[in-house]
Design a protein around this ligand. Structure first.
Ligand code: DGJ
Length: 561
């Protein structure tokens, strides 16, 4: 090759090279800019209120959780239709240790890839459940090389010396093996989704703890319990130094197990956050909120039950929130649990809820407690039904009660989340005995919520029906959620309920009037779209919500008496 040709050629190569470097750096710069414009999902807190920020703005998780064995590509076509019928904006799906690391050190993320790409196609976000050391307290989702090797990965010892089904949290070998797989999962999610944020939240393990024992009673555990209780925990609980038994007496066994599991999971979560800091949570198989004397072990001892939340808060700073799995339909129990998990240091998130129709109404009280999301269990069309815990004969009809409520909030998931974070929200669900509830909306206003009403007049006016109530209203299904838009203006969403506004103490000498009641909805950009004004019969007997989702903007005023 002649020198001139060579020079011309090499110049061309250089030019092409510098062009592609330029293209690369432009692409990198664009990706960087996109990532900066769409920061990684994050749980934020301000003035005791929480928001899950997704792509830089508050987001309300309206999720459906698939059944346990729906985590394979072949099953997904039976999942998406249920999520669509539900009007959910998020699918919550397990990813199991056994499926991503069937052979030690060899990872398979094919399901994760399919899940993420199909979620995008369905315009749905994802919550990932890490089924690792604990799934409903047992190791069933660990790979064969873990669950069959008690020597390397010891199970805990029951009080009578027998071996428990549950793995002990006291062994680094188990924790490190779990952590390695979890970190690989997070690395992979970052690689395929770091600029898209289809995955918005991760649950670390699933219903940790143990049944049938309060803790590991092995000699190793006994030796650890004889050690001093960590200073940070003493400080948080206001206790004097000593070993676990000295400090906590009868609670020592449960507290020690909770601490051991919490530091184990925190270690895993921290390693995951170091590679890709998605928001994390742990879910809990609940201790009966109405029976403080229920003995540990008859519920999942060591899990983040309401009585050990402080322990988790100290031991697990890399777990963003602790969340209840709500499977008791009784309204007093459900509401009591919501109150336990809504704390100034803990955002309320309904990690699981039963799927019988009566559970759908609890979305209203959860949102009233400033919940960042709701995720009832068992939403797919695989033919599996967890009756008698959940609904029988699972079908499209089972999804409907949840879909109806989600439809109400779905169009305003970001609007609601922003109001919940920056303004004030209230919400109530129909109690089992249908009694009325009062919302204290501040100094100027309040509201009474009643159930089993017609849209007009009073129940006792019904000449046809002796009981006076609308048919079917004996089964509680109602709820109302209210958000403050300005001093005198409220957004009201309701189903099967009547809300009647009234004057608060600051307006007590005045008359109250409904200045304007607009029915409408929010568009995709979060702008209110007016549909009509409610007046006359529609407002003379309170604002009456039927089983059809309706959104109202209500402006209140007073007149001089
Ligand atoms: C709670 C668990 O977390 C779920 O995975 C599931 O097993 C339900 N219980 C029961 O269907």
């Amino acid at each position: 090759m002649r020198q001139r040709d060579f020079t011309r050629r090499s110049k061309g190569v250089l030019l092409a090279l510098s062009c592609s470097i330029l293209a690369l750096s432009t692409a990198q710069a664009e990706a960087k800019a996109a990532a900066a414009a769409k920061p990684i999902p994050q749980l934020v807190q301000k003035d005791g209120k929480f928001a899950l920020m997704v792509d830089g703005a508050p987001f309300l998780i309206l999720a459906g959780q698939a059944n346990n064995s729906s985590n394979y590509p072949a099953v997904l076509p039976k999942v998406w239709p249920a999520i669509a019928d539900m009007h959910a904006n998020t699918l919550v799906m397990p990813v199991a240790w056994e499926q991503i690391e069937p052979t030690e050190g060899k990872f398979d993320f094919s399901f994760v890839d399919t899940l993420i790409s199909e979620a995008r196609a369905h315009n749905v976000r994802l919550g990932i459940l890490w089924f690792g050391t604990w799934k409903n307290t047992g190791p069933s989702y660990t790979p064969t090389w873990v669950k069959t090797d008690n020597k390397r990965f010891p199970r805990l010892t029951n009080k009578d010396g027998s071996t428990s089904y549950s793995l002990s949290p006291l062994y680094d070998a188990t924790r490190d093996a779990d952590k390695k797989a979890y970190v690989e999962l997070l690395k992979h999610i970052k690689a395929v989704d770091g600029d898209r944020h289809t995955v918005i939240i991760v649950q670390v393990e699933n219903e940790v703890g143990v049944y049938g024992a309060a803790r590991d009673y092995s000699p190793k555990a006994d030796a650890l319990m004889a050690q001093p209780v960590p200073a940070a925990l003493l400080k948080k609980l206001g206790r004097q130094p000593g070993n676990w038994r000295e400090v906590f007496g009868d609670d020592a066994d449960e507290y020690f197990h909770a601490w051991s599991i919490a530091i184990y999971c925190d270690n895993i979560a921290a390693a995951g956050k170091a590679v890709y800091p998605l928001p994390t949570y742990m879910n809990d198989a609940l201790k009966d909120p109405l029976n403080p004397k229920q003995p540990a072990g008859s519920y999942a001892s060591g899990g983040p039950t309401y009585n050990v939340l402080d322990i988790y808060k100290v031991a697990a700073p890399h777990i963003d929130l602790l969340a209840p799995d709500l499977y008791t339909a009784a309204s007093n129990s459900y509401e009591a649990s919501l109150k336990f998990y809504r704390r100034a240091d803990n955002a309320l998130y309904i990690a699981e809820s039963g799927n019988k129709p009566v559970y759908a109404r609890y979305i209203f009280s959860a949102l009233g407690q400033q919940a960042i999301g709701f995720d009832p269990f068992g939403f797919d069309y695989t033919g599996y039904a967890n009756y008698p815990l959940g609904a029988k004969d699972w079908s499209k009809d089972s999804v409907k009660p949840f879909g109806t409520v989600y439809k109400l909030f779905g169009g305003m998931d970001r609007v609601w989340a922003k109001l919940s974070y920056e303004s004030q929200v209230w919400g109530v669900s129909e109690p089992d005995d249908h009694t009325a509830q009062t919302l204290d909306l501040g100094a100027k206003w309040n509201a009474k919520v009643t159930y089993r009403q017609w849209q007009f007049g009073m129940p006792e006016w019904d000449p046809e029906n002796k009981a006076g109530f609308p048919e079917g209203s004996d089964v509680p299904s109602g709820g109302v959620a209210v958000a403050k838009l300005s001093d005198n203006e409220f957004l009201v969403a309701g189903l099967n309920a009547r809300i009647s506004f009234g004057n608060g103490p600051a307006n007590k000498d005045k008359g109250m009037l409904l200045d304007r009641v607009e029915e409408g909805h929010y568009d995709a950009g979060g702008k209110w779209v007016f549909e009509r004004v409610w007046n006359g019969d529609e407002t003379d007997y309170g604002l009456n919500f039927t089983g059809e989702p309706v959104l109202l903007k209500v402006r209140l005023a007073t007149y001089e008496k």
